[in-house]
Design a binder for this molecule. Structure first.
Ligand code: FES
Length: 358
């Protein structure tokens, strides 16, 4: 057993004032707790993603990590019943009214027993034909579906891609039940994890389908949105807020999840603002790591004064030029993807560098 290394933490009377606190001794973070007449000291670093345990809360004798809620017994460091995770625990002693900790008494951690989420595997393109996923972000009553101009054009694009030999997948975001981003990034950049914190915590959250398609499956992603008050649909924003975890991997781990992939956009609105919506979408998907073909979007709008929406639907259905333009977008995206796939791994370094501006 190593020789003890006692370090003074401070007066017992003062340290008793807080049920849980973060202290650092010789650079080692400690979660120091006081409950039921006894101190406890365990590592201050969560095994999941390094969350600061001393800044968490105490619940039934367990320290609850403030980032995603993993728990550790406050005196032994053992994870919740049923888990084999253990963080180091430390011996304490009281002497002359002061509390001391023995850093040499740290027990060995047992790494997280939670098996990695399937999305956590390294993105690696599987051999086979080019793959195109179309994501419709239109919101509608699931029980009473209606005609959607953007969704209609997305189908046109996917049919064109399939006719070129691509595998296609159609995702109707409106049919997926998923939580809005809960702002783990706002706690700490490292608290916004890949896979998404919500995805890891909630196996009922259905955005996994989208992550799987974007990060692991598709070579081409086509996003279709209506324009709502000059912006993309609310469902589009709900989806992309959850994609902060993809971009954040670059910030926190210099880990680029999206490589050699192409994005294109289909934007339709009764009124105008197509270019502004396209600009926002291109900025975001560019930040994720997607590339774009020449002329990366098709848009349709009959202008500010066109309130006769029934005619708008009829116009889109009948507009052969628009439909041909949509097919052409799909083919441009495929051509770009074909070049990227043929180039293999692509440039040796595609890391973005710098930090994002959100
Ligand atoms: S639960 Fe602690 S870092 Fe995620």
């Amino acid at each position: 057993m190593a020789n003890p290394e006692w370090h003074r933490l401070g007066p017992v009377a003062a340290l008793k004032q807080k049920p849980l606190q973060a202290v650092t001794v010789e650079g080692v973070p400690i979660a120091l707790s006081w409950d039921q007449g006894r101190f406890g000291a365990i590592s201050g670093r969560c095994l999941h993603a390094g969350g600061p345990l001393g800044q968490g809360t105490l619940r039934d004798g367990y320290v609850v990590c403030p980032w995603h809620g993993w728990t550790y017994q406050r005196e032994t460091g053992e994870g919740e019943p049923g888990s084999t995770d253990v963080v180091p625990r430390y011996l304490l002693k009281e002497e002359g009214g002061d509390l001391f900790i023995d850093l040499a008494s740290a027990t060995h951690p047992r790494p997280a027993s939670h098996s990695p989420h399937p999305l956590a595997r390294d993105p690696k393109r599987a051999d086979g034909p080019l793959r195109v996923v179309g994501i419709s972000t239109t919101v509608m009553d699931r029980g009473a579906p209606r005609y959607s101009t953007s969704e209609d054009l997305l189908r046109v694009a996917l049919e064109a891609a399939a006719a070129e030999g691509a595998e296609t997948q159609f995702i109707t975001l409106n049919n997926l039940k998923f939580r809005a981003c809960e702002g783990y990034y706002s706690k700490s950049a490292n608290a916004c994890t890949w896979p998404c914190s919500i995805t890891q915590m909630d196996d009922k959250d259905e955005l996994t389908t989208v992550y799987e398609a974007l990060v692991h499956w598709a070579d081409v992603v086509l996003i279709a949105t209506p324009i709502r008050w000059g912006n993309a649909s609310s469902l589009y924003f709900k989806m992309i807020e959850r994609m902060n975890c993809i971009q954040n991997q670059i910030t926190t781990h210099d880990h680029v999840l999206i490589r050699n992939k192409v994005a294109g956009f289909i934007i339709t609105g009764g009124q105008d603002n197509v270019q502004s919506v396209a600009g926002e979408m291109m900025m975001f998907f560019g930040e994720l790591g997607f590339t774009f073909p020449q002329f990366p979007f098709v848009g349709h709008s009959r202008g500010w004064s066109a309130e006769d929406m029934e005619n708008n639907m009829a116009a889109v259905k009948a507009d052969q030029e628009l439909r041909q333009g949509t097919r052409a977008l799909a083919l441009r995206c495929l051509e770009q993807a074909r070049r990227l796939v043929a180039a293999g791994a692509g440039p040796a370094r595609t890391e973005r560098g710098g930090r994002k501006a959100n």
